[in-house]
Design a protein around this ligand. Structure first.
Ligand SMILES: *Cc1c(COP(=O)(O)O)cnc(C)c1O
Length: 386
């Protein structure tokens, strides 16, 4: 059966070049990057080359990059690291209602442990109003954490403006840029952020590796104690192969970034337009322009997203739904709820996310099967009278 993968915001396939770059570090170059002998030095050099590639993609200095075991760890490191470092000065943190769970649940945890959290609302497009940030800042605010782009519907936040509001008040600003890296400009100096989270596997790199950009002079209490790796900021023998893979993936992402994203946007728009033109009672969620080029989130009224997902999967098309991301729970998405979308509409929402590996034929095949599936599932719904 034909297989079409339209779930690239969940994870992406490794590029063949990335796999090739990784393999020697599972074979002959197996050293510990802290060792002084040849085996160690080979790995140290590979790790530092990868650090240069990652830094280049965001306009940072390599010394400002700390590698972690993925995006979730980097989010935890940023938020808990600032919280513990600054708790003597204040215990108030500002975030939004639409963050990834790695940010949201970390804030909830701190909220139960002596910190106070403000969750900023968003508008119908998923945008944060900079004025609401301004109004929420207090004398004891120590951190603002707002994602660069949202994984569910792709809305891009006005990070430059939001970060400058925090900066005026001397408050540390963190952004989770996991979904934005390689898809839109994430230059840390243009953005004016102090901390930025990235992850390899959303950009054709390996899983279980990512990191945090930490602007010079920003102090964080470490999350993981032990050895002196990563300048004492994150203990543990480096995941050399993973880091090498991430370095290669980010290096490749920087090549022809705009052309690749124009291509991806074209494919995404083709599918979105075809759905809107051929299937009645649908709505596209997220901001029409301020949006990642690879993401669309579409509500199909009068159906359950899960039924669509299962039927699409039977025909070889992989997507995800607007109900708490594949976790087996049917809680309607907190992101779509925050945008004021009614529960029954959220339950019929699908996220389709593309990468440069998708083709025009993927869209054509999806449009061969999707309209029939929606019709069939709707025919079984008591609410549908079409
Ligand atoms: C995937 C994702 C994460 C988590 O990254 P992992 O490397 O899977 O831990 C964090 N934030 C966003 C926005 C994501 O999409």
């Amino acid at each position: 059966m034909r297989r079409v993968y339209l779930d690239n915001n969940a994870t992406t396939a490794l590029t063949p070049e990335v796999l090739e770059a990784i393999l020697p570090y599972y074979r002959e170059n197996f050293g510990n990057s802290s060792s002084i002998h040849w085996f160690g030095r080979e790995c140290r050099k590979a790790v530092e080359d990868a650090r240069d590639n990652v830094a280049a993609l965001i306009g940072a200095d390599p010394s400002e990059i700390v590698f972690t075991g993925g995006g979730s760890e980097a989010d935890n490191m940023a938020i808990k690291g600032v919280a513990y470092q600054k708790m003597g000065k204040g215990r108030h943190i500002i975030t939004t209602r639409i963050e990834h769970h790695a940010v949201l649940d970390t804030c909830k945890f701190l909220g139960k442990n002596g910190f106070e959290i403000t969750y900023l609302p968003v508008d119908q497009y998923g945008l944060v109003d900079p004025q609401s940030l301004r109004d929420s800042i207090r004398d004891d605010t120590i951190l603002v954490t707002i994602m660069h782009s949202n994984n569910e519907m792709g809305t891009l936040q006005p990070i430059e403006e939001l970060a400058s509001i925090a900066r005026e008040k001397g408050i540390i600003f963190h952004t989770d840029a996991v979904q934005s890296m390689g898809k839109v400009d994430t230059d840390v100096n243009k953005l004016g952020v102090d901390l930025l989270t990235f992850s390899a596997h959303k950009l054709h790199g390996p899983k279980g590796v990512g990191g945090l950009y930490i602007r010079k002079k920003t102090k964080l209490t470490p999350l993981i104690h032990g050895g002196h790796q990563e300048n004492g900021r994150r203990a543990g023998t480096e995941n050399v192969a993973g880091i090498v893979g991430m370095g290669k993936a980010f290096e490749l992402a920087a090549v022809d970034m705009e052309a690749k994203n124009d291509y991806i946007r074209g494919i995404r728009d083709n599918l979105e337009d075809a759905v809107v033109d051929t299937i009645p009672e649908v709505q596209v969620n997220g901001h029409p322009e301020k949006r990642l080029p690879n993401t669309t989130n579409i509500s199909f009224k009068f159906v359950e997203g899960e039924s669509l997902l299962i039927n699409l999967d039977l025909r070889g098309v992989a997507i995800s739904t607007g109900s708490a991301c594949t976790s087996g729970s049917l809680e309607p998405s907190h992101v779509l709820q925050a945008m004021g979308i009614p529960h029954e509409v959220i339950h019929g929402s699908l996220r389709l996310s593309f990468s440069s590996m998708n083709t025009k034929e993927d869209v054509e095949y999806t449009m061969e099967v999707l309209p029939g599936i929606v019709e069939k599932v709707r025919a079984m719904s008591p609410l549908w009278e079409g």
